[in-house]
Write a protein that binds this ligand. Structure first.
Ligand code: SIN
Length: 303
């Protein structure tokens, strides 16, 4: 056990990076977790923002049961990328069916984001379970948004005080992002670029959130913007707003604010969407299968 390991009553907690992230051992999440142990986990989560639970053998029911300890679970608004019999679990995979089409979403999370920040009550936390891990690539990065806020120069902190930004689900509404050049409509299927149906659009109207939010449990201020879903600053010309957002993203995504996770099969990773953003790094060949299942916990209106 390294110098950073702290022995708690039950759990062993080892920091994974200076910025955020800790590995938790000493708990089997396939069993019902006692209230005491759950409180230890919750305290570690508030401290480290991202928790890695290695070697967890979980059924879908157990994944859902542990996740629901944090609050009611969201069914992803896309509808079609969830597991048929377990709609609380979003399926992220590049597996194909007999006809060669992707069975679910193959590139979810491939732009920095906070889960469901485009909802009126964005997710408070997510729990991602590694099922098929490619031999190379497929890492995930998380960035500490408390650090991002704290790193802003005083003038920028002052400038963003009280400002609000628009968050939008449909990637095609985001003027900052466009599909890779030459991508065909067929290739967009099973991709974040797939055209959203009118039903999905109706389920995900644009929302407005403060650019800086206060975490309801820790009372700390965190930057709450991300490249994927935050599109415009309210009451600001588009160019000026974009230039401000690009400045803020630069602070958010600084290498010293990031933990990069190399997945092992059966890792369960829990993160706090209120004070982190994350990125699926990609970088694996399509012949190598990567499958993840995510439970997403409903959050509160950001203030
Ligand atoms: C996500 O954005 O929730 C998924 C991240 C990943 O698949 O690495």
């Amino acid at each position: 056990m390294g110098a950073d390991a702290v022995k708690h009553m039950t759990l062993s907690i080892v920091k994974r990076s200076e910025a955020l992230g800790a590995e938790i051992r000493g708990v089997d999440l396939s069993q019902s977790v006692s209230e005491d142990v759950f409180e230890e986990i919750r305290a570690a989560w508030y401290e480290h923002l991202v928790l890695v639970f290695p070697d967890q053998q979980l059924t879908n029911e157990q994944h859902i049961e542990f996740s629901a300890r944090f609050g009611p679970l969201e069914v992803h608004p896309s509808g079609k990328y969830v597991l048929k019999d377990y709609p609380e679990l979003l399926l992220l995979t590049n597996k194909k069916n007999d006809k060669g089409g992707y069975v679910s979403l193959r590139d979810g999370g491939s732009v920095w984001h906070s889960d469901l920040s485009y909802m009126g009550e964005p997710s408070l936390g997510s729990l991602l379970y590694g099922i098929d891990i490619p031999e190379i690539g497929g890492d995930t990065e998380w960035a500490n948004m408390y650090f991002a806020y704290e790193a802003l120069p005083k003038t920028l902190k002052k400038r963003v005080e009280g400002l609000r930004a628009i968050h939008q689900f449909d990637q095609n509404d985001n003027p900052r992002l466009g599909p890779p050049p030459g991508m065909t409509v067929d290739e967009m299927k099973g991709s974040i670029w797939e055209k959203k149906s009118p039903e999905i659009k109706a389920r995900t109207p644009d929302v407005v959130h403060p650019i800086v939010r206060v975490h309801p449990e820790t009372d700390r201020k965190a930057l709450f913007v991300n490249r994927r879903f935050t599109t415009f600053v309210v009451d600001m010309e588009a160019d000026e707003g974009e230039s401000l957002l690009l400045d803020l993203f630069e602070y958010a995504e600084r290498p010293e604010h990031i933990y990069r996770h190399k997945w092992n099969k059966h890792d369960l990773v829990l993160w706090d969407n209120r004070c982190t953003i994350h990125l699926a790094c990609g970088g694996f060949p399509d012949e190598q299968i990567r499958t993840m299942q995510r439970a997403t916990v409903r959050g509160e209106v950001p203030v």
